[in-house]
Ligand binder design. Structure first.
Ligand code: FAD
Length: 410
């Protein structure tokens, strides 16, 4: 199947972050000459999110460093000939009239619509007067950095990548940190059981306390004087609470549009939204059929958003014959550990550990599916092993043969 292309069509991209910005850049790079409009709810120029929980949060807040995470300069966007409308969210989509209505009452027409509205932090169910922070935007990071710089006690609710990265940053500011998660081993879902335990040890060695397997019942008080109540009655006193309990796809504005919404905008394998013609969905907002795993996924990963933008830009300019093939890559920085995951982990499969995850060690875990075929790998502080896995996995080798190659790296 070949998608239809026409370089003069009017393309409207809603969501001016990674997926949206890479789409408009890709369209121009690949020769789209028609009008392109990029709409963003935030008034910020497009910026990159991973540094928000890493470099930007670690030291004293630096506005020049924050400027350094922009995905494009105003001059570059000007040069692309893109109409940029920032600080004005889309509020409604009419797929019959091919119109998007914005919060200021204006409408924008399109021939092709690319939905790239990403996700928002899952709202905190606990809302004391003040002191609860979440981390999704640059404004969130700025506000949180101010609190961490006080060096006062922090409770992090949620032991996912963002929660644990915030915990590591808070420790660096001299804060006493406790991470709470209702799952007994929250990091297992991120990196698998082989590495999860070592990651928890790493946090504990750095002074982080954990309360795993126990949920939060409530948070009371105000910034500087919070009480976080856990199931079972324990109370943790904190100056700041950070709630990192996942994200929700930003699809509210699409209610009633006729698009299929089910844990994101549901697409076909060409990333075309189901329920309307000439509408695509990419990045954190999209739920697409994963060819290897045989299920629909909403990947909340940088590489996925960036690759999907490139794919759709190609589809709209040169056409594509094959469905979107994902890279499945994610990384996390925790203290001086670089954790990388490529591919996926099959719950019905097995895993082979190479090396030893210790204080200053490096390790790789190769995941096999139920037939012993390598389907993913997680590495700690071992870029060469990661690169080997990335190189080998597309040919579907046995997990044992991939492990053998990695062992050979010495
Ligand atoms: C703190 C943090 C750390 C991360 N670290 C990593 C990491 O280490 N590795 C990794 O792989 N991934 C990481 N991620 C995930 C990665 O940043 C996301 O996968 C990526 O940002 C997705 O890009 P996106 O453009 O699809 O969505 P988003 O980045 O969510 O952007 C969507 C944009 O659309 C806007 N928008 C929403 N609704 C509307 C509307 N109605 N109208 C107009 N605009 C709208 C939003 O304001 C936003 O600017 C991290 C994310 C966060 C928040």
């Amino acid at each position: 199947m070949m998608t239809q292309t026409d370089a003069r069509r009017q393309v409207l991209v809603v969501g001016a972050s990674l997926a949206g910005t890479r789409t408009v850049q890709g369209l121009r790079a690949l020769g789209h000459t028609g009008p392109v409009t990029l709409i963003g709810a935030e008034s910020e120029l497009p910026y990159d999110r991973p540094p928000l929980s890493k470099n930007l949060l670690k030291g004293a807040w630096s506005e020049p460093a924050a400027e350094g995470i922009r995905l494009a300069t105003p001059a570059e966007l000007d040069g692309l000939g893109v109409t940029l409308r920032l600080g004005v969210p889309a509020v409604d989509l009419d797929t019959v009239a091919r119109l998007v209505r914005l919060a200021d009452g204006t409408t924008v027409e399109y021939d092709v619509l690319v939905i790239a509205t990403g996700a928002a932090a899952r709202p905190s169910p606990w809302r004391p007067v003040s002191g609860v922070h979440q981390l999704r935007t640059l404004a969130d990071a700025r506000a949180l950095a101010e609190r961490l710089a006080l060096g006062e006690p922090v409770v992090v609710v949620g032991g996912g990548f963002i929660g644990t990265e915030v915990a590591a940053a808070a420790v660096g500011h001299g804060c006493r940190v406790t991470v709470v998660d209702p799952l007994p081993e929250p990091m297992t879902r991120l990196v698998g059981p082989e590495i999860a335990g070592s990651l928890v040890d790493l946090h504990r060695r750095n002074g982080v306390s954990t309360r795993f397997g126990v949920g939060v019942v409530g948070i009371e008080g105000k910034a500087g004087d919070l009480s976080v109540e856990l199931e079972g009655g324990e109370r943790l006193m904190a100056s700041t609470a950070v709630v990192g309990i996942g994200s929700v796809p930003a699809t509210d504005w699409l209610a009633g549009s006729g698009l299929r919404l089910d844990g994101g905008v549901v697409t076909d394998r060409f990333l075309r939204a189901q329920g309307a013609e000439d509408v695509y969905a990419i990045g954190d907002v999209a739920r697409w059929p994963h060819p290897g795993r045989g299920v629909d996924v909403r990947a909340e990963h940088w590489t996925s958003a960036s690759d999907q933008a490139r794919y759709v830009a190609t589809a709209l300019t040169n056409g594509v014959e094959e469905g979107y093939a994902p890279t499945d890559y994610v990384w996390s920085d925790q203290y001086d550990w670089k954790v990388n995951a490529f591919g996926w982990r099959d719950p019905a499969g097995t895993s082979i550990v190479v090396g030893e995850v210790s204080a200053d060690g490096r390790a790789a875990v190769v995941h096999a599916d139920a037939d012993g075929i390598a389907c993913g790998a997680v590495t700690v502080n071992w870029v060469r092993a990661l690169n080997q896995a990335r190189r080998l996995l597309p040919a579907a080798p046995s997990a044992e043969s991939v492990a053998e190659v990695i062992r050979g790296l010495g």
